[in-house]
Ligand binder design. Sequence first.
Ligand code: ATP
Ligand code: MG
Length: 450
Amino acid sequence: LPRYAEDALRILEGAGHEAWVVGGFVRDAIMRRPCADIDIASSAPWQEVQRLFEDAGWRTRETGCKHGTITVIREHDAIEVTTFRCDGAYLDARHPDEVTFVRSIEEDLARRDFTMNALAYHPERGLLDPYGGLGDIEAGTIRTVGEADKRFSEDALRMLRGCRFASELDFSIEPETFAAMVRNKGLLGRIAVERVRAELDRLLVGPAAGRVLVDACDAIAAVLPEVVAMKGFEQHTPYHIYDVLEHTARAIDGTAPRLRVRWATLLHDMGKPATFFRDENGRGHFYGHPAVSVAIGRGLLERMLFSSADRDRILALVRWHDDVVPPTPRSVKRLLRRLDGDVELFCDLCELKRGDARGQAPEFSAERIALADALEATLADVLASDEAFSLKQLAVGGSDVLAAGIPQGPAVGSVLEDALQAVIDGEVANDRDALLDFVHRWRDQAYSHK
Ligand code: ATP
Ligand code: MG
């Protein structure tokens, strides 16, 4: 336990209150995982907590007084201190309509979502584990405290938290807990999209994201109905020995846990079921599936309230993941141009290509992984060589084009795009005189009939 947390316990206990470290910190400490935030549960009312800590020279912030929570801060370290409480009835499947403050830590632990989160620790009194959380952590099991149906109908977000923890911690969801998720998944529709999105983000970047997506598909489908068509959908090609959902899951687990790449990987093959057809040899084809994946993905990302910039970048990854790009400087510059010169996005695309390859039959994946690596190596060369791949780098700009007599309007963009293409293709050097000459020729050709 860090010093500041021990001091916080002492401040509360020095005034005659009972106090425990609870929740995620205890769980993560047992698992030897780093944990960002520390929570303390105590018998003191929040006003008393505020007074005690301010007297001791800490700062406090009223973060959730209605629920008995106050944040206490010393230098850069913050702790949330919450009064022992149990939650009243839940009418909206999300927020308790009232909270009741209770006398004992045991009653407080009973309101917590999962056994692994219903642990309390005190440096002198040790671990308090009334629901078998320690055993569940050792076994890697996510199990609700009390009856799962009741706990999920009280607060539907717990279902997504459970899936998210399964991915983050690489745990399995206990069968009865999972069966209750499937029975109650309809309640997820009442959860604010921002909360759903936050849990899905964390689920997707977790180390077991792919496995959880497959294992918990029947529950997750309530918030991502698009995955249903992928489940059990056989691809019937020698490269793809898994169904679309399993392929996607393997690809997700095979990519770096960068949020954008993980979302793109989730979406990258969504268009396959809709574009599937089988040739006379029984082999599967998916002509145009990236464009369909983009269309399905766009709807999904809009629903999940992505900003348009994030959405467009994720969709660019989906759109181009399947294009074969030879690792030559010219092809790399062309691809960079398509990605609006976004170097980071280019690297994300290589990452998606590698993950996609890892999801294929092993005899086909090595070559495609090597190709993605080679693309990144060529990218490094292109960047080091200072060659132009975006309009910003072009030695002429809009004012030069206007000065050459090309009228204000879409023609200005067109001539610059054509000039960039010519530079990338090595037809024109990226220097001012050569490009002005190109612009003049372009103008004469475009407006010769006038
Ligand atoms: P992390 O911080 O990694 O998300 P955590 O377990 O600390 O994990 P928090 O959201 O910080 O999660 O919540 C702290 C504790 O509060 C949890 O460990 C759990 O005991 C309890 N808790 C949080 N959300 C809920 C909920 N929706 N229902 C019941 N208990 C909850
Ligand atoms: Mg926490």
